[in-house]
Write a protein that binds this ligand. Structure first.
Ligand code: FES
Ligand code: FES
Length: 180
């Protein structure tokens, strides 16, 4: 396809770009929207589904603010096309709380003061949830490694690590103990 020569032409092209139907199970509920082939998963979640808890901090796969779970794995949703999520399970920060009860990771960030402005927090939590599902008794080094792709610009990382440790402890206790 020839490239648009002017902004007006580009706008015109966008208006007539073909749409693709995407249906994903988002936080346990099937959600459908029609999107362009180029639509990123983060835009599908925020703009088509109104789930604005997933943040956009860079748009260049750098900061991790947009992390969500795709089939249980943490992914940067600014790096995945919405069409790639078709037929798959997506979990966003909005899906953490269940029946009015905070997830252990949310409780951890609250109890250990793991956030300041909160911009990085949804991504930090989703990355941590995926990590903790495979590592129930992580060392501090393991946690630092796990969140290396998530940037926090204001709290420093100490309380974030304590928050993840808190969640790991809580999750072990609720399972009646056990280690990685
Ligand atoms: Fe996706 Fe920064 S917005 S990595
Ligand atoms: Fe502000 Fe992390 S709490 S960017």
């Amino acid at each position: 396809m020839a490239l648009a020569e002017s902004p007006m032409e580009a706008e015109e092209e966008a208006r007539f770009a073909p749409l693709y139907k995407v249906t994903a199970k988002v936080n346990g509920t099937p959600r459908t929207a029609e999107v362009e082939a180029r639509t990123l998963l983060v835009h599908f979640l925020r703009e088509n589904l109104g789930l604005t808890g997933t943040h956009i901090g860079c748009d260049t796969t750098n900061c991790g603010a947009c992390a969500v779970l795709l089939d249980g794995k943490a992914v940067k949703s600014c790096t995945i096309l919405a069409v790639q999520a078709d037929g798959r399970d997506v979990m966003t920060v909005e899906g953490l709380e269940k029946d009015g009860k905070l997830h252990a990771i949310q409780e951890g960030f609250h109890e250990e003061h793991g956030l300041q402005c909160g911009f990085c927090t949804p991504g930090m939590m989703m990355t941590s949830v995926a990590f903790l599902s495979k590592h129930s008794n992580p060392t501090e080094g393991d946690i630092r490694h796990a969140i290396a792709g998530n940037l926090c610009r204001c709290t420093g990382y100490l309380n974030i690590i304590k928050s993840v440790q808190y969640a790991a402890r809580k999750m072990r206790e609720s399972k009646g103990g056990g280690s990685a």
